[in-house]
Design a protein around this ligand. Structure first.
Ligand code: V47
Ligand code: SF4
Length: 379
């Protein structure tokens, strides 16, 4: 106790921050007001020390990664989020892509000889790609490779699909689960607060709808992730409001696996004049997320977005997962100006990246069952 509190005291003279350090040490939850105070007053070394303490309490030096690939069925989208550099409106669909079911099954087949455990399927919201289309796709993928975990569709895609099919959320989710859908990725959350949502993504599912879809998935025994698109026009209050809503749902269901902060990138979108956040602010954000989201088992840094060196840095600020090998199968970030234009890392590169910062690489599956500990493995 003493050494932790002494270290914290050496990093701050602020009484509220000192009280937060004591809470972290004794496993007591930080309040929304304290969360805002951390953003306003917490220095990088201070929040970093607290977050690293929590990370090591939960996971020691383990850092998880998985072997996955992405399929993006289309970038044609009925919505027009201001931050999105990826989508093309339906009226201009000849500028985008639309993959047939056979083409997507062929992509799955192209990984037949690789020890991949997950396919991540997310794309634009295409009016012609409906429930029947995706049920057939999932059935065909599972028929071809039953052991491949299908993590698919943001709550935005699901909300549109269910409404179009005139199904309740529970009915729609059950049908997709029956077809073989196993978990949901965390996209589409952006910033929940309506003051921001109406400025950056007014026409898609709102916070309540997003949360209802994830709650329903959890009630059916499925797991999901949650994201937050940060570093644009939101305030610290909006970030805490977002994390608080997720934390409350997690108290209720326990169905979230991981929280994934997504750094806003400003290339080629309608928010290009909004500056991007600094590395210091990025690391503070990860650390405060680790402190605040006490009931989320994992905190993930999505390396294609951040780049390799920043992803390594996050491992000292609360992060214990750096996602997957990915190949170059995703475009959503490269089109918005992310660090990695064609993101691909082999297992050996990922393992080396984690070892370089003195952490222990562990391959996991989607549900964080450990597949292989690379401590003593030559790569
Ligand atoms: O919801 C779009 C984001 C998300 C930009 O669950 C942008 O394992 C930054 O959620 N700058 C979709 N971000 C991707 C996603 C995801 C990614 C990796 C893993 C998982 C998971 C989920 O991409 C969108 C939006 O927040 N995004 N444009 C941009 N300009
Ligand atoms: Fe469509 Fe998603 Fe882009 Fe919004 S972020 S325009 S919902 S693809």
């Amino acid at each position: 106790m003493d050494s932790f509190i002494e270290k914290a005291a050496a990093l701050t003279a602020d009484p509220v921050l000192s009280a937060i350090a004591r809470k972290v040490y004794t496993g007591v939850r930080v309040s929304p007001e304290e969360g805002i105070h951390l953003f306003e007053k917490g220095s990088l070394p201070f929040v970093g020390m607290l977050a690293n303490y929590i990370r090591e309490q939960k996971h020691g030096d383990k850092t998880y990664f998985n072997r996955n690939f992405h399929i993006e069925p289309t970038n044609v989208c009925v919505f027009s989020c201001a931050f999105c550099a990826y989508s093309r409106l339906y009226a201009k669909r000849e500028e985008g892509w639309e993959l047939s079911i056979d083409r997507m099954v062929d992509i799955v087949k192209s990984y037949d000889d690789k020890p991949i455990t997950e396919v991540h399927i997310v794309g634009g919201v295409h009016p012609k790609m409906d429930m029947a289309y995706f049920i057939e796709l999932i059935r065909k993928i599972k028929a071809h490779r039953p052991g491949l975990h299908v993590k698919a569709f943001t709550a935005v895609e699901l909300d549109y699909m269910f409404r179009k099919a005139k199904l309740s959320v529970a009915e729609g989710m059950q049908q997709l689960k029956d077809a073989g859908l196993e978990s949901l990725p965390g996209g589409g959350a952006e910033i929940f607060h309506p003051d921001i949502r109406e400025k950056i993504c007014a026409d898609k599912v709102d916070a309540e709808g997003w949360l209802r879809i994830h709650e329903t998935a959890h009630q059916l025994g499925m797991h999901s992730n949650a994201t937050m698109l940060y570093g644009h026009i939101e305030t610290y209050e909006h970030r805490i409001d977002h994390m608080e809503r997720l934390r409350l749902l997690q108290d209720k269901t326990g169905g979230f696996n991981t929280f994934i902060p997504l750094k806003f990138r400003n290339k080629d979108n309608d928010m290009s004049t909004v500056p991007e956040s600094t590395i210091v602010e990025d690391m503070r954000l990860y650390a405060i997320a680790r402190i605040y989201m006490d009931n989320f088992p994992h905190l993930k840094a999505y390396w294609p977005m951040l780049g390799r060196q920043q992803a390594q840095l996050t491992l000292s600020y609360g992060v214990n997962d750096i996602d997957g090998t990915i190949d170059d199968s995703t475009k959503i970030y490269s089109m918005a100006g992310s660090e990695e234009q064609t993101p691909a890392m082999s297992t050996s590169e990922l393992v080396t990246l984690i070892r370089q910062v003195k952490r222990r690489p562990v391959e996991r599956d989607t549900l964080y069952n450990e597949i292989r500990d690379y401590s003593a493995v030559d790569v």
